[in-house]
Design a protein around this ligand. Structure first.
Ligand SMILES: [Zn+2]
Length: 411
């Protein structure tokens, strides 16, 4: 499908004369239009971009081959992302003359193909994978009547046998799959009580109570495992909470809080995710990871320390952060949908609210913060102290988590 994006309705002169802020807006528009965007030939020529003139795909028993015909040889990079398993191919200094997403290709290795323009001049193709692959890519120079070509092989690393012999094909059993790890973060703790209600209910206590109930429910679901960032009444720094989650290789992070406001009438439940403005720059996010002792951490399935080119590291981080934000939004919507159905819950904000909370800044985990109720509202303070309401909230959060994980192919 082709997205017609009004922000692209500019010529090259405009791009050159833009202020950085305007340019950022344009870039943002282009990024938001992910999903099959094709630049007109005139734009490509104006920017002297390489054009991708054809794409072909074949299925072999142990690999899928994709060939991009190019006007000239150009640089490319391949990134692997997990949860769900994807392979991202960026072709630099290029414009797409053909959209691979429209080919509707799918086989035993590739589930679906998406495409987009993450930045002007970069053609991105995302292969959603059904199986583990080892990518192999190389350029072929033009020869005879054949143009320059970029060849990408997605070589299967596990699953079915290579040789189509008499041997029975052994499928991986579902039970062998890694559980989806949900890290639950009860807000505050120890010397930091958080909000305190008129009747003395402390945020740190109700957050821990609901977190424990939620953890039990998640642990009881097939294919899920819950971890808590604190199990008792003690102080844990925000940084530590995030690093605990990363240590457990969390697939999702959900922080539980209760609100306070000077007006007693304020009430309701809210779901927050990190705002675009609160997102650390890719460079800052990389520095943060490096400062921590676990700097060998994987980002998007790639060991950051193995990527020497700082530009590529930046791109990788940016891609990962964006992906986490997109997924957090969907996860947040799932939670909000379930919370709406809980009796006596008032939804404070109809949509997932965006804010710059530090605990949501992990670059590679979709992270959500839930303000369960206002402790400064007498009715809600009472409600949030009851077993039945705590259980109902935990059930809604567990159910929203399950729905998100099932729909996103995490488990
Ligand atoms: Zn709080």
């Amino acid at each position: 499908m082709i997205n017609l994006n009004p922000v692209l309705d500019i010529d090259k002169e405009d791009v050159v004369n833009m202020t950085p802020i305007q340019r950022r807006k344009v870039l943002k528009g282009i990024i938001l239009s992910m999903g099959g965007l094709i630049l007109p030939p005139s734009f490509a020529q104006a920017a002297r971009l390489n054009r991708i003139t054809d794409i072909r795909m074949w299925t072999a028993p142990d690999h899928t081959r994709v060939v991009f015909d190019l006007e000239r040889n150009t640089q490319h990079q391949v990134l692997q992302l997990r949860n769900p398993s994807r392979l991202v191919l960026d072709i630099m200094d290029s414009a797409a003359g053909i959209d691979p997403a429209t080919m509707g290709f799918s086989d035993a290795i590739v589930n679906r193909i998406r495409s987009g323009i993450p930045r002007p001049g970069v053609v991105r193709t995302v292969f959603e994978l059904k199986t583990g692959v080892r990518p192999r890519s190389f350029l072929l120079k033009a020869s005879g009547d054949k143009p320059s070509r970029l060849v990408l092989d997605l070589v299967r690393t596990k699953g079915k046998s290579k040789t189509p012999g008499n041997k029975p094909v052994i499928h991986e059993s579902a039970s062998k799959r890694r559980d989806a790890v949900i890290v639950i973060d009860p807000g505050h703790g120890g010397i930091d009580p958080g909000a305190v209600g008129a009747n003395g209910t402390k945020e740190k206590d109700v957050a821990l109570q609901v977190a424990k109930r939620l953890a039990r429910k998640i642990d009881s679901m097939d294919g899920f495992k819950a971890k808590l960032t604190r199990k008792g009444d003690y102080f844990v720094s925000l940084r530590k909470r995030v690093s605990v989650a990363r240590k457990h290789q969390a697939d999702l992070f959900v922080s539980l809080h209760a609100n306070a406001f000077r007006l007693q009438s304020a009430r309701g439940t809210s779901v927050y995710m990190l705002s675009e403005g609160g997102k650390p720059s890719p460079d800052k996010a990389i520095r943060r990871l490096e400062q921590r002792e676990n700097s060998s951490d994987l980002i998007g399935g790639v060991k950051l320390s193995h990527v020497s080119d700082p530009t590529v590291r930046g791109i990788l981080m940016d891609l990962t952060q964006r992906d986490s934000l997109n997924r957090a939004l969907v996860y947040g919507k799932n939670l909000l949908g379930e919370l709406k159905a809980v009796p006596r819950v008032n939804i404070h904000f109809k949509n997932v609210k965006q804010a710059g909370f530090a605990v949501l800044k992990a670059p590679d985990m979709p992270s959500i913060l839930v303000e369960m109720a206002f402790l400064t509202n007498k009715k809600e303070e009472r409600l949030l102290s009851t077993d039945s309401h705590q259980n109902a909230l935990a059930a809604a959060l567990a159910s929203g988590t399950k729905k998100f994980v099932k729909s996103s192919g995490l488990a």
